[in-house]
Ligand binder design. Structure first.
Ligand SMILES: [Fe+2]
Length: 199
């Protein structure tokens, strides 16, 4: 398979994945599209290699694809999750990794790894592997920040949308715990003029 064929195949496969996710959970699909946009702005500021930028775009688009494997009563629960329900929900990171690997397309291994680690925390308290600091792939650390920002920017069944300043205050509080301090300073700079910045 030449480069063009690989690219076309990836495009076809990921379009089907995006459509599948959209039918299961439209809110997650729309959220994923904004996270992808935010991630590419952050990635460009971090001077990532072309290959990493592609994997970042792909994994950002499908970071929550594993939610396809989460039962409705948990995925759509209009309240905070109980501890056992949270455990089931957390499996979406590993399910997403497996779905991305199942495409068997060139480059899917890297994207799958980035999806697996998008809920790791900088201080090692995240999941599924409890990776610490720089041991978390940089693209997964980027997805984590963009994901957190956008999740707070929209109204969900269990919380109201926050304003930009309120979101940044939460992210600042989480810096060094959930988020990478160096990436957070890049993010702060970007959000001064990003199209994804909310009021
Ligand atoms: Fe997620």
């Amino acid at each position: 398979m030449n480069w063009q064929e690989t690219y076309d195949a990836f495009h076809e496969a990921t379009r089907a994945l995006a459509a599948a996710l959209g039918y299961r959970d439209l809110m997650t699909r729309l959220h994923s599209e904004r996270v992808r946009g935010l991630c590419s702005e952050i990635g460009r500021h971090c001077d990532l290699e072309e290959e990493e930028m592609e994997a970042l775009g792909l994994s950002a688009s499908f970071h929550d694809i594993g939610k396809i494997g989460v039962p409705d009563n948990i995925l759509f629960k209009p309240a905070r999750l109980e501890e056992d329900e949270r455990k089931v929900m957390q499996r979406h990171a590993e399910i997403g990794e497996k779905i991305m690997l199942a495409t068997e397309l060139g480059g899917c291994e890297l994207a799958a790894t980035l999806i697996r680690h998008h809920h790791e925390h900088y201080d090692g308290t995240g999941y599924p592997d409890g990776l610490l600091g720089e041991a978390i792939p940089i693209c997964s650390r980027i997805i984590s920040i963009a994901d957190s920002y956008d999740a707070m920017a929209v109204t969900r069944p269990y919380h109201q949308a926050k304003k930009h300043e309120e979101i940044m205050a939460v992210l600042t509080e989480e810096t060094g715990k959930k988020h990478d301090p160096r990436l957070m300073s890049v993010f702060r700079e970007i959000m001064g003029r990003s199209r994804y910045t909310v009021d």
